[in-house]
Design a protein around this ligand. Structure first.
Ligand SMILES: NC(=O)c1ccc[n+]([C@@H]2O[C@H](COP(=O)([O-])OP(=O)(O)OC[C@H]3O[C@@H](n4cnc5c(N)ncnc54)[C@H](O)[C@@H]3O)[C@@H](O)[C@H]2O)c1
Ligand SMILES: O=C(O)CC[C@@H](O)C(=O)O
Length: 386
């Protein structure tokens, strides 16, 4: 039996996938695994027995990835599972920034009881008029699961699309419309685009990437859309840009007290992934990956350990080892088994930066002596027997 603690509400469509071998519990200290959305885990004490964290979503900046890797806690996310939800809200953001839909709707509500409302509307409506998206240029920064969908739909809306992603994956490159222009520098995007939309993860290297210098290089009257993370944009640079009319609108899914009430800011309360469909997709993927890992030791879509999937356990016993990515780890682990006469029927080893993961399918359950020998190898972080 495995126990799972949910730190945020997780769609029942995912939770219902748990078999009778799993129980969702309230006590974090008794949990083998955590399901989380946006709750911050940075200051959370998790028990040493914690095996895994599954983020039902894309961004993992709320999780201390290296600290958990060091403890042998595998962290998963659900790539692409909420991308369509975000893409659709980006389109809404583009429309809200292009026409004063919000001003118009509010004005109608304020005057709803006026007997000659229809007449008043025809006089007033010019104040809420705007522009069409067709023919405008947009720069998409970050061409991952969301960026690709945004770039492609903007192309279909008749916009001139420029994409920038120096680390673009082959999968993304294949999915991108050939009509999307490839930009090799952010400066090109700043110079050419009426709209900029950011879809990169928040990391130390991307913090404040839209800052004063970037704003200065932008086209006059540009609109910035931020559906990725608030910290990617320097608030003061954007506020200055709005005040000087260099920036027309800042559309953000991450309002904070500095920007929320400012003129020209269109704020949305982090609703990018808040659709029934996205929540269900994320929960199903997260639960599926957790069960596969807890029961079979397979790692699919981890962000702090390599993906390593040996399928169903067909041998009598499976041993999984989280270890440092050091020379001769496999040699030492397999020797420990071989010296005591254990035959390895199948094995897989993968590494990711400083960490690695190995799966050994063996003909019978190794003795405590062998397991303790394996655990004592310098660089071994965690060993599980399944
Ligand atoms: N508003 C929401 O509710 C919501 C929902 C989902 C994701 N997000 C945010 O959006 C981000 C992106 O999500 P995704 O699913 O597309 O992730 P993803 O991992 O599929 O794509 C991220 C892309 O950014 C690129 N990238 C990284 N650093 C870059 C840089 N310096 N310059 C340009 N490109 C860079 C990567 O190569 C990758 O292609 C997430 O990390 C998360 O913070 C927000
Ligand atoms: O869980 C959510 O509602 C937000 C998720 C989103 O920010 C993400 O990074 O996937």
């Amino acid at each position: 039996m495995y126990t799972v603690k949910c730190l945020n509400p997780i769609s029942n469509r995912g939770l219902d996938l748990f078999t009778s071998e799993f129980e969702v519990i309230d006590d974090l200290n008794a949990a083998d695994a955590v399901l989380v959305r946006s709750a911050s885990m940075h200051d959370l004490e998790v028990p040493d027995s914690m095996l895994a964290v599954a983020r039902a979503g894309a961004g993992v900046n709320n999780i201390p990835l290296n600290e958990y890797a060091e403890k042998g806690i595998t962290v998963f996310n659900t790539p692409g599972a909420n991308a369509n939800g975000v893409k659709e809200l980006v389109v809404a953001g583009l429309l809200l920034a292009s026409r004063d839909i919000i001003g118009g709707v509010n004005w109608v509500k304020e005057n709803a009881k006026e007997a000659d409302l229809a007449k008043m509307i025809e006089k007033k409506k010019k104040e809420f008029a705007g522009n069409e998206l067709k023919g405008k240029s947009i720069g998409v920064i970050g061409l991952g699961a969301i960026g690709v969908l945004v770039a492609n739909i903007c192309n279909r809306l008749g916009m001139n699309v420029y994409g920038y992603d120096p680390y673009v994956s082959v999968r993304s490159a294949w999915s991108l419309s050939r009509m999307v222009n490839h930009s090799s520098s952010l400066d090109e995007i700043y110079e050419k685009c009426d709209f900029l939309t950011i879809h990169v993860p928040y990391m130390e290297s991307t913090k404040g990437m839209i800052g004063k210098e970037a704003v200065q290089k932008m086209k006059d009257g540009a609109t910035i859309l931020n559906f990725a993370r608030g910290e990617l944009v320097d608030d003061q640079a954007v506020l200055d840009g709005l005040a000087s009319k260099k920036i027309k609108h800042y559309v953000t899914d991450f309002p904070n007290p500095a920007v929320a009430a400012a003129d020209g800011v269109i704020t949305i309360p982090h609703l990018g992934a808040s659709t029934e469909e996205s929540e269900e997709n994320c929960a199903e993927m997260a639960v599926d990956q957790l069960m596969n890992y807890l029961e079979k030791g397979n790692i699919v879509n981890s962000v702090n350990y390599p993906n390593c999937d040996l399928g169903d356990i067909e041998a009598e016993c499976r041993i999984t080892v989280h270890h440092k990515n050091l020379p001769n780890m496999i040699g030492q682990l397999t020797s420990a088994l071989a010296e005591e006469g254990y035959n390895i029927e199948n094995m897989l080893n993968k590494s990711k930066k400083d960490y690695a993961y190995s799966i050994f399918d063996v003909e019978k359950r190794p003795s405590e002596k062998v397991l303790s020998k394996m655990k004592q190898i310098d660089g071994v972080i965690r060993l599980r027997v399944l």
